[in-house]
Design a protein around this ligand. Structure first.
Ligand code: G3P
Ligand code: CA
Length: 342
């Protein structure tokens, strides 16, 4: 540990070193001491062990030492953010049994599918659903969480890493998801706040225009541009592309396969002044999903990805360690915060 230049900083550094943390610098805008070291984000909570986006999953993530908890957030018909990865309720609740006629027909490629969209239901209706039994009967009665409830559960214990889901779809329906999230973060005192030496909130979105809007509404809040492994995202990974990302985001959050294929992405992103937070580190599921909705080419790619996943807990920790120690990423998403190498 290098000795800081003032007695106060030295005392803080020593306290954190004893506690197992590392200090780097005093942030000029917040005057708060910032931690260094790769951080772990509990992906949908500790979602390997409890139904995603429930209080059970978020509480366990905190117990397991997650630095951040990730809620994927979508708006209800009455304009309240709730946690939902899919932007629809059918996979993770009993909505089909409770509200069989309330679906919307959504076209995906050539297929038309029935979806029970979050924005078609009021918060009261969503709160009446069972969001636990689909995962395991022992979680029967777990409820979907509002963003406010998530903040109340997590605040002061870990940071929040919210992902705005389907912001374009919501905007087309008359919502303003970026303004709504900015209002709730400010109301809760999270903008500019720190937790465990890091910003208390960090936003992430796949849609470029939404990240750009967050940059205007919440310039103080770090924001990562999510990049899938699809070929179309390659243009963002060149030095020129990354320089462009830097004009509206503070970091990239790529599928980890992008880095495995081209580890120099991390070097280029850091050179552009961007953080790098890959997703999502998981074990291969015991039963193989079949992806019936995916077009054949996508299905093949998903199945190949499944085959490449680690199959033991030790192998998953080793994989995460490689990204920390060799690729030197800034943070990572995992369903298994307990297996993150510390
Ligand atoms: O947000 C990081 C990662 O969660 C992106 O993938 O589909 O799990 O939201 P997804
Ligand atoms: Ca996500």
């Amino acid at each position: 540990m290098r000795a800081p230049s003032s007695p106060l900083l030295f005392a803080l550094a020593l306290a954190c070193a004893v506690g197992g943390l590392h200090l780097s610098r005093v942030d000029a805008t917040t005057s708060a001491v910032q931690a260094t070291g790769t951080y772990v984000i509990a992906h949908r909570g500790a979602s390997a062990y409890a139904p995603e986006h429930t209080a059970a999953a978020y509480s366990l993530a905190i117990q397991q030492g997650a630095d951040y908890v990730e809620p994927d957030i979508a708006l209800t018909r009455d304009g309240v953010f709730v946690s939902s990865h899919d932007g629809s309720l059918d996979r993770t609740s009993d909505v089909k049994e409770r509200f069989p006629d309330r679906f919307t027909e959504v076209k995906t490629g050539d297929r038309v599918q029935r979806r029970w969209l979050v924005e078609d239901f009021t918060l009261a209706e969503i709160k009446s659903l069972d969001a636990g039994s689909w995962f395991d009967p022992k979680f029967k009665g777990e409820k979907m969480m509002t963003l406010q409830e998530t903040i109340d559960l997590v605040k002061g214990k870990a940071g929040l890493f919210p992902e705005l889901k389907v912001p374009g779809r919501l905007r087309a329906k008359g919502f303003d998801p970026e303004q709504t999230v900015a209002d709730i973060l400010r109301k809760n005192g999270l903008v500019g706040a720190m937790v465990k030496g890091r910003p208390a909130v960090h936003m992430q979105v796949f849609e470029e225009d939404s990240v750009r809007r967050l940059a205007k509404l919440l310039p103080e809040v770090p924001r990562s541009f999510l990049l899938s492994a699809a070929p179309g995202t390659a243009r963002w990974l060149t030095p020129e592309g990354l320089a462009e990302v830097k004009t509206f985001a503070t970091g990239i959050a790529p599928a980890y396969q992008i880095i495995d294929r081209d580890p120099d992405v991390v070097v280029r992103a850091h050179a552009a002044g961007l953080t790098v937070v890959p997703y999502t580190f998981i074990l291969r599921p015991a039963t193989t999903p079949s992806y019936p909705d995916a077009p054949p080419a996508v299905r093949q790619q998903l199945e190949a990805q499944l085959q490449s996943l680690p199959t033991t807990r030790e192998a998953l920790t080793a994989q995460m360690r490689k990204f920390v120690e060799v690729y030197k990423v800034d943070g990572m998403f995992t369903d298994y915060p307990d297996l993150f190498p510390r």
